[in-house]
Structures are given as structure tokens and as C-alpha cells.
Design a protein around this ligand. Structure first.
Ligand SMILES: [Cu+2]
Length: 365
């Protein structure tokens, strides 16, 4: 039903793949070397740390996280569930899974993420019942918002893949603890029982000649929780974050909710507009897609340490009533730091209270 997005996602992935190549070997016709289309779905419905605190849902019982590591294929597979999803249940009324924690089994670069929903028999369940899932590395701080854990992956009901960027990955250390925050709902008339969220994550060995890329979440709520209230009618909200590292932004997508109009990213230090993303809605105001903007023609958008970024989201809430926690405005991109070793300072100090972190500490020193 939302297939239309996929077309929009392809050019971004291509550009990301191209941008990952050394600049000297990047003629226009090299687009043919971009990965196949099935790798290319983009991140436009990813959520940022919206529910880190604040909402009070009933907690679903018995939800567990399992992982399988296929060392030969270099794929980790996570399964979170089971989830029981009665028909016609909003996310506020649905008992929500508690945060679950994924302990990284080995030093690696995580290369891509492919989420899907399945039932106990492995049959596909429509993605619409996934409100969002968000992955956070609790052992690291986010490079834009160090008060938050490092946000490494997110997906919404479109279940879009985060494609592999050849030559780049996200570096994890064995026993890093990834917090997984999943919210479900069921706007359909069909009840689903024993649903699992499955995420396949191809990985590379740390010795691979892979460089680190960092997801950048530039939020209209600045470094607070992403969800916010909409009043009836027009809404305009603005947030700022400061980039503390030199580097380049390869391209951006956006994440907004129903009744969205537009989200913009500006580098207010440079007094430049980085990207303008216009929401595409259906005739009821429901969000269909957000566009993607790339900076390939200039070799990436260059950020300098100290640049202040300004994010502005506009909505037109045509329902005539306020919508509590109805909105988000996030520009999501990939950041390549000029000096990757500076990013190692984002690793949080081990907390001596847990055995696992203490063990990691003695190993790392
Ligand atoms: Cu959202």
C-alpha cells in the first residue's frame, strides 16, 4: 500500500553508495555499480528517542529477545516477541513490550538492517502494526546529543531496510548493550497473535577495511524526546543541535507523522539551507512519504565542528482538535567524521555496577 516510497528511496541509496566511494573514482556513470534495488530501501520512517521517558503504556508480558549468529553468512538475526495484537487498538491502549537488550556477541561492523514482522509460523504480518522500533547503543553517547544513547537504527510501519553502504559500517564491540524500544499498535480489523519483530543484520569482521559511519538524528525537539503535541491547525516547531566534529553529511531523509507539511535543516552558522523535505500526504492528510536529499554533487555536505544546525518542522493539523504526542520531526542522515578516532570519546565509561560492563572494561584496558 505504501510501495510508492520505495521508488523515492532508491536514488538516495545510490547516492550513498556512490558517496562511499573515493571521490577520485566516482564518475557519474558509476551509478551502475550501486547495489541492487532490494538493498536500497531508505530510513525515512525511523524514529528517534521519543519514548525514552514520558509515556505510560501497559507493559506486554513474556516478550523476549533472541539472537542467532550465522558466522558463515556473517548475519545476525534478532527476534523480539511474541506480541499479541488485538484488532483496532491504538498504541496508547495496546500493552507495549518493555525495552529489551541485545548484547553484541562479537566485535564487528554492523552493515545493514532488514526488519520484518512474522507470526509464529514464519508468515509475514503487515508492517502497519509496527508503530516503531528504535535501537540505541547504551555503551555510547550520540554524537549530536551526548545526553542520549547512540541511536543506531530505527524503523516504522514501512519496515524499510537500511541498506548497506559499501565500505562503511557501524562499529560495535563485543558485549555492547543495545537497547531496543519497540511500540506496536493495530489499526487494522484483523487480530494478530504471537507476532515477532525480526531484524537481520549483516556484519563484517573488525579487520575488514570498513570505515565507520554514524547515523545522525537531527530532531526538531533538539536533544529531548522526539514526540510532541500538535495543536489544531498550523504548527511550526524549531530545534537546534550543534555538530562537534568535522565531517560530511552524505544525504538525509526525514521522519514526520500524519498532517506533516515540511521539515527543513539549516546550518545556521553558515547561514545555509542544507535540505528542505516536503511531506507527501494522501487526501486525508495521512503521511505517505518523505523525500530524500543527497549531497553527492558536492561530495557531501561539509560540517565543521561548532556548526549549529536548525531543524524546523511544520504541520497542518486538519482534525480540528489537539493531537497529544501526535508529531515528530526528525532529519535522519549518515555522518562521516573527518577523524574517526575522535568519535571513540563517545564510548561511555563502564558502569561498575553491572558484571557485564565490568567484564568488558577489564578486557578493553
Ligand atoms: Cu515517529
Amino acid at each position: 500500500m505504501k510501495r510508492a516510497h520505495w521508488k523515492l528511496q532508491i536514488p538516495f541509496a545510490m547516492v550513498i553508495a556512490l558517496a562511499a566511494l573515493p571521490r577520485t573514482t566516482r564518475p557519474a556513470q558509476q551509478q551502475q555499480n550501486a547495489p541492487p534495488a532490494h538493498d536500497m530501501e531508505h530510513m525515512q520512517h525511523n524514529h528517534g528517542g521519543f519514548m525514552q521517558e514520558g509515556m505510560h503504556h501497559a507493559v506486554a508480558k513474556g516478550v523476549k529477545l533472541e539472537q542467532q549468529v550465522d558466522a558463515a553468512a556473517h548475519i545476525m538475526t534478532l527476534r523480539e516477541g511474541p506480541l499479541t495484537l488485538p484488532a483496532n487498538t491504538s498504541h496508547m491502549k495496546m500493552p507495549q513490550p518493555p525495552d529489551v537488550f541485545w548484547t553484541i556477541p562479537l566485535d564487528a561492523f554492523l552493515l545493514a538492517y532488514t526488519p520484518r514482522l512474522v507470526d509464529a509460523n514464519g508468515n509475514a504480518v503487515p508492517g502497519i502494526v509496527l508503530h516503531h522500533t528504535a535501537f540505541w547503543n547504551t555503551d555510547r553517547s550520540d554524537f549530536l546529543c551526548p545526553n542520549k544513547e547512540e541511536h543506531i537504527f530505527g524503523a516504522g510501519s514501512e519496515l524499510t531496510n537500511w541498506m548497506e553502504i559499501p565500505g562503511y559500517g557501524y562499529r560495535v564491540q563485543k558485549s555492547d548493550k543495545i537497547r531496543i524500544e519497540t511500540m506496536v499498535h493495530n489499526p487494522t480489523g484483523t487480530s494478530y497473535d504471537k507476532v515477532y519483530l525480526e531484524v537481520k543484520i549483516p556484519y563484517a569482521d573488525p579487520a575488514a577495511t570498513t570505515k565507520s559511519v554514524y547515523p545522525a538524528w537531527m530532531d526538531v525537539q533538539s536533544c529531548g524526546n522526539s514526540g510532541y503535541d500538535l495543536k489544531a491547525g498550523k504548527n511550526e516547531n524549531t530545534g537546534t543541535v550543534t555538530v562537534k566534529y568535522n565531517g560530511i553529511l552524505l544525504g538525509v531523509g526525514g521522519h514526520m507523522h500524519d498532517y506533516a507539511k515540511q521539515i527543513t535543516l539549516e546550518d545556521s552558522t553558515r547561514k545555509e539551507t542544507v535540505a528542505i523535505l516536503d511531506a507527501k500526504l494522501d487526501d486525508k492528510g495521512q503521511l505517505l512519504s518523505m523525500p530524500v536529499v543527497t549531497f553527492l554533487d558536492r561530495g557531501g555536505y561539509e560540517f565543521s565542528a561548532g556548526d549549529q544546525l536548525r531543524i524546523t518542522a511544520t504541520y497542518d493539523n486538519i482534525t480540528g482538535k489537539p493531537l497529544a504526542s501526535g508529531a515528530m520531526g526528525i532529519v535522519v542522515g549518515y555522518f562521516l567524521p573527518a577523524n574517526d578516532s575522535a568519535m571513540s570519546a563517545l564510548r561511555r565509561k563502564p558502569k561498575p555496577t553491572t558484571r557485564q560492563v565490568a567484564a568488558a572494561s577489564s578486557r578493553d584496558r
